[in-house]
Every structure is written in C-alpha cells, then in structure tokens.
Ligand binder design. Structure first.
Ligand code: NI
Ligand code: MN
Length: 226
C-alpha cells in the first residue's frame, strides 16, 4: 500500500487492489494543504469525528466520487441525510469490507459540527484499526492519551500508528510518546500539528523521544510505502 500525508490528519491510503481510502478529508481552508479537494479521489472515506478539520471536504468529495463514508453511527446518519452512502459503526465493532477489516476503537475527544448558530451532535470521536494488504494501521483520530490504548497491543501488531501530537486539542509530545510505547507500534507517524497557532510542535522533537527508528516525519504530500 501507499499512504500519502495531505497535512493535518488527512491521509490517502492506496491499496494494492486499487481501492482508494481517504481519512479525515481536510483540504479547503487547511493552511498545510498542497492539493485541492477536487483533485482527490476515494472509494471509501473514513471519518474519525465531526470536527471541521476532519470533515471539511467529506461531503463534496464523497458526492463527486460516489464514495462510501465509514464513521460512527450518528456521523454516518448525518452523512446519509445528505444523500451520501454511509456505513455506520460504533466503538468496539469490526467489519469486513471488500478491501480489508476495520475496527472502530475508542478515542478520548468530542465530536460535533457547527452550522451557523447551531452545534450538531455527531456521536463520539473514534479511532480506527485498519487491516489491509497484510498490514495493520492505527488511525488514532483526535484523542487524549488514555491507559486503555495499551490493550490494542493484545489484539494487534500495529505496523504504523498515526498519532496526533499537536497538544491543546489532543495529545502533545509527551503523551503521544507514552501512547507510542503503550501500543507497541513498529512505526509512528506524527499528525495533527502546525496547522494552527495553538498546535505548533516540532515533529522531529517527537521522533527524538521515540525509540531509535520508530518515528518518521512525513512532509505534506510525502508517501509512505508499506
Ligand atoms: Ni477534533
Ligand atoms: Mn482535530
């Protein structure tokens, strides 16, 4: 598989069978983005939660691509109300998709969408364990560090974990380092940093806190091949 980091928490995961997955689409108004939503293709879109910096381009890309959105039940319902195909899941549940298996796992965060004066409730924030092409990825989503993360390593041998390090809204460097150790990921890629003033971090300083060779910083639009 090829994984492309689009900046913030947005990734494309291109599988060997040609299936294109997109995670937390955020191109429009993303100060880090180098591409536009209109250029992005996807068969499935995995959305960790409803905050704008994770679903800003979800509806337009899903519409254009006739993609299926995979998200927690409430977010999936909101998406399907907009005539988009959605597959609702909930925390602790796994599902075998044609491209591989997805387990929705816990994240400690909130989830809502602000529309004018209204704040729409969109369920809980979540993370995903994705097993495809013989690899296991942990897409942590926005989350605090919590001790139950350590349980993931009982069930999964995580090849690559994508962990938020920006602090303020999510784990910062110290907590993301604790998470990396707890889950026993072979490789850790920092995400969700340097997009806004409140989440300025040095990703190389994070890598320096990890085990030798464990961390890797991806530049925006850089690919990781597994
Ligand atoms: Ni968030
Ligand atoms: Mn976020």
């Amino acid at each position: 598989m090829e994984i492309i980091y689009h900046g913030h928490a947005c990734l494309s995961i291109l599988l060997n069978d040609g299936t294109k997955l997109l995670v937390d689409p955020y191109f429009t108004d993303n100060p880090l983005a180098k591409r536009q939503a209109s250029e992005i293709s996807a068969d499935y879109i995995l959305a960790t939660h409803g905050h704008t910096d994770h679903i800003a381009d979800l509806i337009p890309i899903a519409k254009k691509e006739k993609a299926t959105v995979i998200a927690i039940a409430e977010l999936a319902t909101w998406v399907s109300q907009q005539k988009i195909k959605a597959h609702g899941m909930n925390i602790g549940g796994s599902f075998q998709f044609p491209f591989g298996e997805v387990k929705m796992v816990f994240a400690q965060h909130s989830s809502s969408f602000t529309k004018g004066e209204e704040i729409i409730y969109l369920g809980e924030a979540a993370g995903f364990i994705l097993q495809a092409d013989g690899k296991t990825l942990y897409l942590a989503g926005d989350t605090a560090y919590f001790s139950d993360m350590a349980l993931l390593k009982n069930d999964f041998s995580i090849d690559v974990a994508f962990l938020p390090i920006g602090d303020n809204y999510t784990m910062g460097l110290t907590d993301a380092t604790k998470c990396a150790e707890a889950i026993g990921a072979k490789q850790v890629i920092p995400i969700h940093y340097n997009t806004f003033p409140a989440i300025q971090q040095d990703p190389e300083a994070f890598v320096a806190l990890l085990k030798e060779g464990q961390g890797k910083v991806l530049a925006v639009e850089e690919s990781l091949f597994l």
